[in-house]
Design a binder for this molecule. Structure first.
Ligand SMILES: NC(=O)c1ccc[n+]([C@@H]2O[C@H](COP(=O)([O-])OP(=O)(O)OC[C@H]3O[C@@H](n4cnc5c(N)ncnc54)[C@H](O)[C@@H]3O)[C@@H](O)[C@H]2O)c1
Length: 358
């Protein structure tokens, strides 16, 4: 008896910039269960590149036209952050599943609309939380799952850069424009640090305090440096992020009741109780490159699982909700001088009272 292979899912990339080309495309190409049939980008130059790299894919400059003319199973949204919500909602209105680059959205009211639309369309919304799939993080997580460290009580994550990455136009970058980016390094790297902290602690965050500052890009209108403390019921995470550093590196520590993990770019040191520390070297430092096609490829299996398995559907959206809440409350905390703010979900806006005529 022959078993039939499931048909491959038809997708379109929306936003054919750096991360789409360098980070997503190599992974889509090698995955047998996905097929990229169309590309959408307003830039003629980027559509020209799409014609070279994906000659059989149809090309569109406008998302609505893409969604009107193509029969799609999913879209891969890789535009700058300010357009994510609009594109995601347009896809969900057509019952098309969404894989979206981080941040899904920087605003809680928008996240709520996305959640309702996904639920109405019974469609998956999955944010690219690719750092979870870095080999060093996966190894650390396996150690934590085995319980070798005991209960995790403290996490520290640091991302040091000398500048934000440049954009597909090669000019400075939308990352320093608050209207396009929705914030500075707290949006760009904070989102990654938030889901990583939640993943490593394995609990929901309950409060945040944050202080953002401008140390190098002082005319940018967004912060280039952020320090946060996130409280979990039984643990605390500290996060330090900067584009004003003197070098490029990522580091971290996870401390538990019976051991410690230390990450220094390509090196993981595991120290359990009174045993000698074990050092593991990885092929790539965590800070190498900005686009990580191998992490994206590893993540696609979980995207595929959410599309087909109702028991795991929504796991990733809950993770994105935590990030969005931390982001919004983080900025509010910074505006309040670093005050500790609880992460309770605000009540839904009251429905308009028909009697009031509003
Ligand atoms: N997960 C990661 O590791 C990672 C790494 C880099 C970037 N990102 C995220 O990916 C997204 C894109 O970043 P990038 O570095 O590729 O930016 P980029 O500027 O290189 O590319 C963005 C592309 O989107 C296109 N675009 C803009 N508005 C559009 C619209 N309405 N419809 C269709 N296309 C549109 C632009 O023309 C450009 O080609 C951002 O959300 C960023 O945060 C994630």
């Amino acid at each position: 008896m022959t078993t039939r292979r499931p048909r491959s899912l038809r997708g379109a990339i929306v936003g054919f910039g750096n991360v789409a080309v360098e980070g997503h495309l190599p992974a889509w190409r090698q995955h047998k269960l996905f097929d990229i049939v169309a590309v959408c980008d307003p830039s003629e130059a980027r559509l020209g590149l799409a014609a070279e790299l994906l000659p059989t894919a149809r090309r569109y400059a406008i998302v609505d036209e893409l969604l009107r003319r193509e029969r799609l199973d999913f879209v891969d949204v890789a535009t700058p952050p300010a357009s994510h919500t609009e594109v995601v909602l347009a896809a969900l209105a057509k019952r098309v599943a969404v894989l979206c680059e981080k941040p899904l959205t920087t605003r809680w009211d928008e996240l709520r609309r996305i959640r309702s639309a996904a639920s109405a369309a019974r469609a998956v919304v999955f944010t690219t939380h690719n750092w979870k799939y870095a080999p060093i993080i996966r190894t650390a997580k396996r150690t934590l799952r085995r319980g070798d460290l005991g209960a995790v009580s403290h996490v520290r994550l640091e991302t040091i850069r000398t500048a934000p990455p440049s954009d597909a136009g090669g000019a400075s970058t939308w990352r320093l424009d608050p209207a396009a980016a929705g914030g500075g390094i707290l949006v760009d790297h904070g989102w990654h640090a938030f889901y990583l902290a939640r993943h490593l602690v394995d609990a929901e965050p309950v409060a945040i305090s944050a202080v953002t500052s401008q140390r190098k890009f002082t005319t940018a209108g967004v912060e280039d440096t952020a320090e946060c403390t996130i409280e979990f019921p039984h643990a605390r995470a500290e996060i330090f992020l900067t584009w004003a550093g003197d070098a490029r590196r990522n580091s971290g520590t996870v401390a538990g009741s019976s051991g410690t993990l230390t990450i220094a770019d390509d090196t993981l040191v595991t120290t359990i109780a009174d045993r000698a520390p074990v050092e593991t070297r990885f092929a790539q430092p965590l800070s190498a490159g900005s686009y990580h096609p191998d992490w994206f490829a590893a993540m696609l299996d979980d995207f595929h699982a959410e599309l087909h398995d109702p028991t795991v559907r929504g796991d990733n959206l809950r993770e994105a909700e935590a990030c969005c809440r931390l982001l919004e409350r983080g900025y509010q905390s910074s505006a309040a001088g670093g005050a500790r703010l609880a992460l309770v979900e605000p009540p839904a806006p009251a429905a308009a009272d028909p009697a009031s005529g509003e």
